[in-house]
Design a protein around this ligand. Structure first.
Ligand code: COA
Length: 259
């Protein structure tokens, strides 16, 4: 079904691997479409509770948009290209299931943007992040100017996006771009699974609403406090809320149904 990604559900965790290692997992249009289709199925599949996004091979997470494709873009197609990528990455960011990027090498341009659209990032020590688009006469088009600034602040975002310099995993962690750094991909994956399995034991509707409320911080047309109050009220209507509070009072573990 997929040509450029690997996609499998392992015990409730969707593993989405960008699989073009000979091109350092560069994102061509077809790959972006496949990510969209995969996320649609993540949205729809009740058996999936969390997602790990990574790159095939040992060298790269994703080395950016496929330069052989973008070299031909006209003004009109450039706009469509950016808007389409932004839409797919917004789908990742707004997903009600936690999404972690396991960054195993170069995360440049669209690769850094893909990682930043995920809710958390766990880096392997060889990871390198950057927005080198200015070297090509363009700028980030998949939300990079916005998300990088949200994550690390204006001064560093200016520096990274205007110099095109790469930053390594320890610096990325220091800046708040990544949550954790591990030596090996196996250790990084184990940490991703541990976080996702822990979240899977919580009330799923509440988890989804946490995602909406935190994302609302960065939406200028939305009052995040109002979103939070509405979400809180919505949680109070759920069976999971009754179950969570009852379980606490009865000194037992809650059994959440996502209802
Ligand atoms: N788009 C298309 N192909 C890419 C690519 C990209 N973003 N990044 C790497 N590749 C391809 C290379 O063309 C090469 O293909 P080839 O073997 O058919 O020639 C292959 O992946 C390996 O890359 P190579 O450049 O030989 O590896 P390297 O170790 O010397 O350098 C990088 C690694 C990441 C520093 C370098 O590939 C690079 O700068 N890539 C582009 C990064 C970028 O500008 N991204 C933003 C795009 S908008």
């Amino acid at each position: 079904m997929y040509k450029n990604i690997l996609f499998e559900n392992t015990n409730g965790i969707a593993n989405l691997t960008i699989n073009r290692p000979d091109k350092l997992n560069a994102l061509n249009i077809e790959t972006i479409e496949e990510i969209k289709v995969a996320f649609q199925s993540i949205y729809d599949d009740p058996l999936i509770h969390g997602v790990i996004v990574t790159g095939a091979g040992e060298k790269a997470f994703v080395a950016g948009a496929d330069i052989s494709e973008i070299a031909e873009l006209s003004e009109l197609n450039g706009r469509k290209f950016a808007e389409n990528g932004q839409e797919v990455f917004a789908m990742i960011e707004n997903c009600h299931k936690p999404v972690i990027a396991l960054v195993n090498g170069f995360a440049l341009g669209g690769g850094c943007e893909l990682a930043m659209a995920c809710h958390m990032r766990i880096a392997i020590s060889n990871a390198k992040f950057g927005q080198p688009e200015v070297n090509l006469g363009i700028l980030p088009g998949y939300g990079g100017t916005q998300r990088l600034t949200h994550l690390i602040g204006k001064a560093k975002s200016f520096e990274i996006s205007m110099t095109g310099d790469m930053i390594d995993a320890p610096l990325a962690q220091e800046l708040g771009l990544v949550n954790y750094v591990y030596e090996t991909a196996d250790e990084g994956r184990a940490k991703c699974e541990k976080i996702l399995n822990k979240i899977a034991s919580k009330a799923p509707l509440a988890v989804g609403m946490v995602i909406d409320c935190i994302n609302a911080v960065y939406k200028e047309d939305e009052d995040g406090y109002q979103t939070e109050a509405n979400s809180f009220a919505n949680c109070c209507k759920t069976d999971d809320f009754k179950e969570g509070t009852a379980a606490f009072l009865e000194k037992r573990k809650p059994d959440f149904k996502g209802e």
